[in-house]
Design a protein around this ligand. Structure first.
Ligand code: PLP
Length: 378
């Protein structure tokens, strides 16, 4: 088995989720729209699964709509919010460190005549809520801010953003990409004060291909679907429901025991202390979320470190953290020395991560730092 330190990219499916998917695929496999008992049983199971996820999120089941992934949820929320607020104006506020599932729609919207303000992080990856308050304008239709950054693990000031919107009397709707935050940091959509919130199941030990969008109940009368088709998800998200993935999503949520985030944090903190003690390794920031640790080996390219570790069976990410010799948009947006940006590597942890695994990683990183091999050097 490889040493897997890339839980922010995706996670292994937990046995409970795999079993739930198997049950639905082979037993309760009916189409939830079918009117005979097999179909009705599938619809009941889907609704029970939705209730489990809604309870963990702290919303009403009818506020949660299943989608195919976090990317779809983000795209839908952005489109729906701008459509709802089309008379408010064409100004969008987001941050320079969002996932591309927000930044790419923002880029397209800018090309279509919207004006986009990108809030910048400081050198620890944190966004100043005062910048958000200052950026709000009478024509701001949407604020889209992630809860936990996927490369840094920092928590963004979503609650403060909601407060600033309220205090300014702004009509802006607030969308939160909570893909990296769900189950990792405590929140409910209500306490964040948001209108839309995106989830993705494969970050919490369910399979890929299933996500959800929370839409505040009061908006339901006016929200438009992203796609047109049958009447599934009350007409909001047509397409035959992915019942097996939904069952797995709910099972992974139910299997996430209280204390799991603290256990992950303990391993992450051990890693931060152990790896920062290596000559040639820097911890870029220690975020509030428990599972992500961005480090840098400033004498190397992050990509070469990822490949060197990969050849030893260790999975870490430069993923979006360093792409073809360029720093990721997240590190590029931070006021960091260029060598730190280019040497960035993301390590991320899950419920099964151990300090013994961290020790193995530390030994390999020490070897790389001591290596004079030009293969690994920039
Ligand atoms: N948003 C964030 C913060 C993410 O980390 C990811 C996945 O990496 C996504 C959105 C996209 O989710 P999905 O892979 O389900 O489309």
């Amino acid at each position: 088995m490889p040493l897997y330190f890339d839980h922010a990219a995706t996670t292994p499916v937990c046995p409970e989720a795999a079993q739930a998917a198997m049950e639905v695929m082979t037993g309760q496999f009916g189409n939830p729209s079918s009117l005979y008992p097999l179909g009705k049983a599938a619809a009941q199971r889907r609704d029970a699964d939705r209730a489990i996820i809604a309870q963990a999120l702290g919303c009403l089941p009818e506020e949660l709509f299943f989608t195919s992934c976090g990317t779809e949820s983000n795209n839908w929320a952005i489109r729906a919010a701008l459509d709802l607020n089309r008379r408010v104006g064409k100004h969008i506020i987001t941050t320079a460190i969002e996932h591309s599932a927000v930044l790419e729609p923002a880029k397209l919207l800018a090309a279509q005549g919207f004006e986009v303000t990108y809030l910048k992080p400081d050198k620890t990856g944190r966004i100043d809520p005062a910048d958000l308050a200052a950026a709000l304008r009478p024509d701001t239709a949407l604020v889209s801010m992630m809860l936990v950054n996927n490369e840094l693990g920092t928590v963004l000031p979503v609650r403060e953003a909601a407060r600033a919107i309220r205090e300014a009397g702004s009509a802006a709707l607030l969308h939160v990409d909570a893909v990296q935050g769900f189950l990792k940091v405590p929140f409910t959509p209500k306490d964040l004060g948001c209108d839309f919130l995106s989830l993705s199941a494969h970050k919490i030990r369910a399979p890929k291909g299933i996500g959800a969008l929370y839409i505040r109940r009061e908006l339901h009368k006016k929200v438009k679907p992203l796609m047109l088709g049958g009447g599934q998800e009350r007409g909001f998200r047509p397409g035959t429901e992915a019942t097996a993935q939904i069952a797995a999503f709910a099972a992974s949520v139910a299997a996430w025991k209280p204390g799991t985030a603290d256990a992950i944090r303990a391993v992450r903190d051990y890693a931060a202390d152990t790896l920062s003690a290596i000559d040639g390794v820097e911890v870029i920031t220690r975020g509030e979320a428990p599972h992500i640790l961005p480090i840098s080996l400033p004498d190397f390219s992050g990509q070469s470190v990822v490949e060197a570790l990969g050849s030893q069976g260790v999975c870490v990410s430069s993923g979006s953290a360093c792409h073809r010799g360029k720093p990721s948009h997240v590190f590029a947006a931070m006021p960091l020395p260029p060598k730190v940006r280019l040497g960035a590597v993301r390590i991320s942890f899950g419920p099964d991560s151990t300090t013994a695994e961290v020790d193995e990683l530390a030994a390999l990183l020490t070897q790389i730092c001591q290596s004079k091999s030009l293969l690994f050097k920039r």
